[in-house]
Design a protein around this ligand. Structure first.
Ligand code: PRP
Length: 217
């Protein structure tokens, strides 16, 4: 597989834009769709292989070199703490990791939330955030539907991603602080980046050009 480039694509919100963007620089294959039952899709002519993974697993595929490159949100990347190269900020998929509470449980200061329970999909990021503030909390790791935590008394707080704000609103939660903002990133395996430097370097410059052209439109 040495002369192939293997690209990991994340299922979910970043999937379609990632496929469309890569196609603009010639990185495409037939039937790269999220609903594809085929987990590995190859373009023999261009020596490309696409794999479609769960978002949380994507950095692992790249760290171990099972994929040479991948596209993933900075939020997932920070939480995963994998040893990969971050090659490019792709700008799309903008979202925020934030601390939220039920509307009727707002407190005057951040310190007032000390010793409470926090439900999150991002335990490392949440811990780093509270440690920096010197606030002690109990962090409860969940894998989805984080907003459910305060609704049923599992936690008093949540640290979760906000994109449009709809989920917060529907569950009567309010943001009290922003942890960080995140966008999609192109990442690479460290060894692949050296061994396949010419093709990957060209990919980065081509993507930069396309993003710039799109911005100027
Ligand atoms: C994310 C996040 C929020 C929602 C925010 O969940 O955890 O629940 O999106 O988006 P909004 O501000 O546009 O409403 P996702 O859809 O990834 O599913 P999950 O809750 O199962 O993790």
């Amino acid at each position: 597989m040495e002369d192939y480039i293997t690209i990991a694509l994340p299922k979910g919100k970043l999937f379609q834009r990632s496929v469309d963007l890569l196609a603009k620089v010639g990185y495409s294959a037939d039937n790269v769709t999220e609903s594809s039952r085929k987990l590995v899709i190859t373009n023999e002519a261009k020596k490309l292989r696409f794999i479609i993974t769960k978002t949380v697993d994507l950095p692992t595929y790249v760290e171990y070199g099972a994929a040479d490159i991948g596209i993933i949100g900075k939020d997932v990347l920070l939480e995963a703490r994998k040893d990969v190269y971050e090659l490019l900020d792709l700008g799309f998929g903008k979202c925020r990791l934030m601390l939220a509470v039920p509307e009727n449980a707002r407190r005057p200061q951040l310190e007032d939330y000390a010793h409470l329970r926090v439900a999150t999909k991002y335990p490392h990021c949440a811990k780093a955030y509270f440690d920096k503030l010197g606030i002690q909390t109990e962090i409860i790791k969940l894998n989805g539907s984080i907003e459910l935590g305060p609704l049923i008394g599992l936690s008093e707080l949540i640290v979760d991603i906000v994109e449009t704000g709809r989920t917060l609103k529907e569950n009567k939660l309010v943001e009290v602080d922003s942890v960080f903002t995140a966008t999609a990133r192109l990442i690479a395996n460290r060894v692949s980046f050296k061994l396949k430097y010419d093709r990957l370097h060209k990919l980065v410059t081509d993507l930069e050009r396309v993003l710039k052209e799109e911005e100027e439109k």
